[in-house]
Ligand binder design. Structure first.
Ligand SMILES: [Fe+2]
Length: 713
């Protein structure tokens, strides 16, 4: 066997099907699900090929030869004859995972498969999986698929998957990322329960994260840590049911490696230390490659090579055609994205845009503040000394007290210290005006608030514009040049009715306007809730949307944010240049509203703001405020879990959200006859040739009107 065949048998081609000889019975093999504890899975269906996956666990480290059997019928009577035996060696090197790329298949055809291994002199068979090849490119038939995201495990059950497994006649499902969560016991959002928790076995390989000395949590770092997560998550019975029935098309988001990551860099420590860890990223990517039934359209013989450093180790962006009407285009928005624009360790008082920079980029805005140009020399250095003293007391590195510093920051600090006297009005009037990090709502050093979450929109836009200009667009890389070119070429070049973009994180703006609310004056602004997503890359998003809005039938399907949203994201200064977006909530991970409430409570600044927690609890109303900042946002459900189903043909694309309440996640309902009753549905539609988002209300469909922010008949 070739080296690659220790994980994959590539291009084993079917030569035909023969009816089992003898009495028409399937080949004798004892069903042995215990030998295949993660069951079977299939993925990346094409008209003539599909990837079939399993993992063998014999209890020892030895190699096991596994053979794939492919059938036309669930009774296992019509068995595929191969050009060469689709055998592959399950080895310790790949955690005993195997994949076979079965080729030479018929388009739009259901196949059944199982893996058989000889153990202790006996043939033992895996669970029987069902899969389906893609319809031929010219097939004029509706395509029906589900999309899902975010399946945190500890204390949380996959009732959404149990329900999805009951959906009739799906062609496949798309996983938009957060298939695993790399942390165990992150108090911000994770609570395990008995029998349903993550406890890392390779304790020496774990990354211990303790930001504030409160005990912290553990995160996967070693290859075994990541593999264990896949083993554990895929031991779930509901997830197995779905994998046993439907091929998956998967991309990753952040948690397949690390929360809010960019490239090989984690962000747990909010800038306290450099968290770049190429080996850790490589471990995460290899485990993903081993456990996910993914193919490589461009290079079916691809084998993960740990010697190649990320991000060049693996390319997960790829596209698939499903007949005439659906072209599914999957992107990778994590491997090559740029860092967040506001450093987590930005010193709030430091000036980020000087008066000259503001003047050169649209003028000095009203909320710009006076600043001293050199804190070391200003007023003989007395304020520098005060700021250093305050930094020492707060545990900040005092070398941050240098260069241009906002006068309001200085005056706040000296007011707290009691000396020296504040910079007075007469002096303030002589100082230049600029933006400090505090203008973006950075309230403390080492914080995600004001950096990745809750960032002042307008100040952020000013900074982003300057950085975009200065860097020639490098400040907001989402895909990297090669992928972006491929993405736009593929979308523009497609003749499918619907170009469905499998997109990891939210495309449409999610902003809240606190200007008229009774919050402290510094909070009376418009905020981005999250700039870890496309909202942190508004210039890049505008550039893409300018192209995509001219392509008919573009629909983004999105995960990541743990809420259901539907809307029409558009170029910021031209709402007519829009596409459609449907965001599915999490299968199980803590809902958007709950996460926001947790973040507010955990943040040293926000937790002191009276009413902040109540505002987080009213986030849906804030997002959908009439005349508010999100006229494109037609539907928002921030407290449910679930999944979405798409049905697309030549006339329309319909999306149905299947949602259950968040408390349901704590109880396992997989075989509950009342499972269906736990779900509520919301239905949307887009007619081919239009960009109107419609929602079903009883027997009538109404169209979202962003101008009046109402559904109209
Ligand atoms: Fe997630």
């Amino acid at each position: 066997m070739q080296r690659r065949e220790f994980l994959r048998a590539t291009l084993a081609s079917v030569g035909g099907f023969s009816v089992a000889c003898g009495s028409g019975e399937p080949r004798a093999a004892v069903p042995a699900p215990e030998l295949f504890p993660q069951s079977v899975a299939s993925g990346d269906p094409q008209p003539d090929a599909v990837i079939l996956w399993t993992r063998v666990e014999t209890g020892d480290d030895g190699d096991v030869e596994v053979e794939l059997e492919l059938y036309r019928d669930v009774e296992l009577r019509q068995r595929a004859q191969w050009d060469r035996a689709p055998r592959v060696l399950a080895t310790l090197d790949h955690d005993h995972c195997v994949k076979v790329r079965a080729a030479g298949l018929e388009a739009d055809t259901v196949y059944y498969y199982r893996f058989v291994a000889e153990v202790d002199g006996e043939l033992k068979a895996s669970q029987i999986g069902r899969t389906r090849t893609a319809p031929a490119v010219d097939a004029d038939r509706p395509v029906r698929f589900a999309f899902v995201a975010c399946q945190d495990y500890g204390g949380r059950y996959y009732n959404g998957y149990a329900h999805l497994a009951q959906q009739p006649e799906l062609d496949f499902f798309v996983h938009l990322g957060d298939y695993i969560y790399e942390t165990a016991g992150d108090a911000g959002f994770q609570q395990g329960s008995e029998g349903r928790e993550v406890v890392f076995e390779d304790t020496a390989g774990v990354l211990s994260v303790d930001r504030t000395g409160d005990g912290g949590f553990e995160a996967a770092r070693s290859l075994d840590n990541y593999r264990q997560l896949y083993r554990l998550f895929r031991s779930d019975a509901a997830l197995q049911r779905v994998h046993e029935q439907l091929p998956m098309l998967a991309i990753w988001d952040d948690h397949e490696f690390s929360d809010d990551c960019w490239g090989a860099t984690a962000t747990y420590q909010d800038g306290r230390v450099d968290e770049t860890d190429v080996q850790r990223r490589s471990n995460a990517n290899l485990a993903w490659f081993e456990y996910m039934p993914v193919d490589y359209a461009g290079d079916p013989s691809f084998e993960y090579d740990s010697a190649v450093a990320p991000p060049d180790d693996i390319r997960i962006w790829r596209d698939f055609r499903f007949g005439r009407h659906v072209h599914l285009v999957l992107t990778d928005l994590r491997s090559r994205r740029s860092d967040h624009l506001v450093p987590e360790d930005a010193y709030p008082g430091a000036v980020v845009l000087t008066q000259a920079q503001l003047e050169g980029s649209g003028g000095v805005p009203d909320d710009a503040g006076a600043y001293v140009e050199d804190i070391a020399t200003f007023a003989g250095g007395i304020y520098r000394d005060a700021l250093v003293q305050a930094a020492d007391a707060a545990g900040y590195p005092s070398d941050r007290v240098s260069g241009a510093i906002a006068a309001s920051w200085i005056n706040d600090v000296v007011a707290e210290l009691g000396a020296p006297a504040a910079i007075d009005e007469a002096m303030l009037a002589t100082l230049p005006l600029g933006y400090a990090w505090a203008n973006l709502m950075k309230g403390s050093l080492w914080s995600r608030i004001g950096s990745r979450y809750l960032v002042a929109r307008d100040a952020f836009a000013r900074l982003a514009a300057v950085r975009w200009q200065d860097s020639g667009g490098a400040s907001e890389q989402a895909m990297g040049d090669a992928q972006e070119q491929w993405f736009l070429d593929t979308m523009q070049g497609s003749d499918a009715t619907w170009k469905v973009w499998g997109n990891e994180f939210c495309l449409m703006p999610l902003q809240i306007d606190l200007r008229l609310l009774s919050v402290p004056p510094s909070f009376q602004r418009v905020f981005h809730i999250n700039v870890d997503d496309w909202n942190g890359m508004g210039n890049r998003r505008d550039a893409l949307l300018r192209v995509l809005s001219d392509v008919p039938g573009v629909v983004a399907i999105t995960g990541d944010i743990h809420a259901f949203f539907a809307g029409t994201p558009a170029v910021r200064d031209d709402p007519s240049r829009s596409v459609l977006e449907f965001v599915t909530s999490s299968i199980s991970s803590t809902t958007f509203q709950r996460l926001l409430q947790n973040q507010v409570e955990d943040d040293p600044v926000l937790s002191m703001v009276s009413g902040a927690s109540q505002l987080a609890g009213a986030i849906r109303d804030l997002l959908q405020l009439t005349d508010g900042p999100n006229p494109h946002l037609a539907h928002a459900d921030v407290t449910s879990h679930g999944y979405a189903v798409v049905e697309a043909d030549g006339l329309a694309l319909q999306v149905t959200f299947h949602a259950h309440a968040e408390d349901v996640v704590a109880v396992q309902h997989y075989d509950d006859p009342g499972l269906d009753g736990l779900f509520a549905t919301t239905q949307f539609r887009v007619d081919a040739g239009t960009k109107f988002l419609q929602q079903r209300f009883g027997d009538t469909w109404k169209r979202w009107d962003p101008t009046t922010q109402t559904w109209i008949a």
